[in-house]
Design a binder for this molecule. Structure first.
Ligand SMILES: [Fe+2]
Length: 141
């Protein structure tokens, strides 16, 4: 997966985590295309899940801090992704063959669409929040 600057939502914390996620998906892609064993792929995928969980928590903290109106809906989208990836991990554990192309395609498309359509809204809401709260120092509790 490649990073494009138009994925930036102009929130440093979130943008740097998104870039890290892109790197991790690329790492997974490399593991899959080099014919890594299921156990190795599971390790990379678990790492990706852990990082994604942390990222989602941070993103949700940012949304809560500015009173983002679509917080609950956005949280649900995050929760659904985690569930789907957990199911993929379960399949791996059971020894089911992995469809590498579909997995990478799924993760890449999910992240790309999510950033472009959902996370961008956070960026815009923060911009608005900044304008309406001139005393705000830009940090998130
Ligand atoms: Fe998000």
């Amino acid at each position: 997966m490649e990073w494009y600057d138009d994925y930036n939502i102009d929130v440093e914390l979130i943008d740097s985590q998104h870039q890290e996620l892109v790197k991790m998906i690329t790492r997974l892609q490399d593991a899959l295309s080099s014919g890594a064993l299921n156990a190795e792929i599971a390790t990379v995928l678990k790492f990706l899940v852990e990082y994604t969980r942390k990222h989602f928590k941070d993103e949700e903290k940012v949304m809560a801090a500015i009173g983002f109106a679509e917080l609950e809906n956005h949280k649900n989208l995050h929760g659904r992704l985690i569930e789907e990836v957990k199911n993929i991990l379960l399949d791996l554990k059971k020894g089911k063959p992995i469809h590498a192309y579909e997995l990478i395609d799924f993760l890449t498309n999910w992240l790309m669409n999510h950033i472009r359509h959902e996370d961008k809204k956070i960026g815009r809401a923060i911009e608005k929040f900044k304008n309406e709260n001139s005393e705000w120092d830009g940090s998130f509790p």
